[in-house]
Design a protein around this ligand. Structure first.
Ligand code: ADE
Length: 291
């Protein structure tokens, strides 16, 4: 597996060159600003994300493509896959052990996880130390926005039956990505990484802005259409072909409201609706349901 020049930096063991005291490769950013807006939105250093895992190779493909790749190339994101086995101290590099009290499965030992946290914690400043586990609070866009404002995230990927309970004394957040069980925390950590990276100012181009994303607005996003205008007899709503910008915006808002009410009544109940939104919905109901 390539170690460099991969965007994923792997700490492969205590003997890995540069460890301890691995030089933190800070991506250099230009200090030339072209507008006051740019000065306000560009963070002064990349968001550092350390993903501590027994399977660092699992992360590489996701981290090396598309928006995550671009965020690192732009110097806005510094992702490192940290091999947990590098923090074991025994001959067999054991990161798990059988549970006290008996029972099936293995438990992740506390020492390597806490050694990894204590090694990584001082490398930037005051990190969020996040354990991914089915027990955690369910992750959402608000939490992603919060993480995108941090300068350092340490994501710990659980495996087997879970981690030794005492590790929880060293974490700041316990996160689940949903009410289902994964084989390990790596996919959960990648969910967090991807959703946070797209919120870092400057990562998405203007045309891809996260401002209209589902959940950012508190509503689901409106439907999208592209060519052909007629696909197997299914046509694109007339208004989108009209070129009338205000009508297009109005239609999109109406669809967004309607879809959220229909598919996510929980979100709809707390969505910040304006008077104009309520009128739009009432009009839609009248046109479609006759009330
Ligand atoms: N590990 C196993 N299941 C998980 C879940 N649903 N969320 C986060 N981490 C997990």
């Amino acid at each position: 597996m390539r170690i460099t020049p991969s965007p994923v930096h792997l700490f492969r063991g205590w003997g890995y060159p540069g460890f301890p005291g691995v030089s933190v490769k800070r991506a250099q950013r230009s200090s030339v600003f072209h507008s006051p807006e740019e000065m306000n939105v560009i963070p002064t250093r990349p968001l550092r994300v350390d993903i501590v895992t027994l399977f660092p190779e699992m992360l590489e493909s996701v981290v090396s493509h598309s928006i995550l790749k671009r965020a690192q190339e732009k110097g806005l994101l510094d992702v490192r896959a940290v091999d947990l086995r590098a923090f074991t101290t025994d001959r067999h590099k054991m990161a798990d052990d059988s549970p006290f009290g008996g029972g099936a499965g293995m438990v992740m030992k506390p020492e390597p996880l806490v050694a990894a946290i204590e090694y990584l914690r001082p490398q930037v400043s005051a990190p969020r130390v996040i354990l991914t586990s089915p027990r955690g609070a369910v992750y959402n866009q608000r939490r992603a926005e919060e993480f995108a404002r941090e300068s350092h995230l340490i994501l710990l990927c659980g495996r087997y039956e879970g981690v030794d309970e005492r590790v929880r004394a060293f974490i700041t957040d316990d996160l689940s990505i949903g009410d289902y069980v994964l084989s390990g925390g790596e996919l959960a950590a990648l969910n967090v990484l991807d959703s946070v990276a797209r919120l870092i100012p400057g990562v998405l181009g203007k045309e891809e802005s996260a401002a209209e994303d589902s959940f950012t607005t508190g509503l689901l996003e409106h439907p999208h259409y592209t060519r052909p205008a007629d696909f197997r007899g299914m046509t694109v709503p007339e208004v989108l072909l009209s070129g009338h910008h205000a009508n297009v915006e109005r239609w999109r808002r109406e669809q967004s409201l309607r879809l959220t009410r229909e598919h996510r009544p929980d979100l709809f109940a707390s969505a910040p609706l304006t008077e104009a939104d309520r009128r739009l919905l009432a009009q839609w109901d009248e046109e479609n349901f006759g009330f």
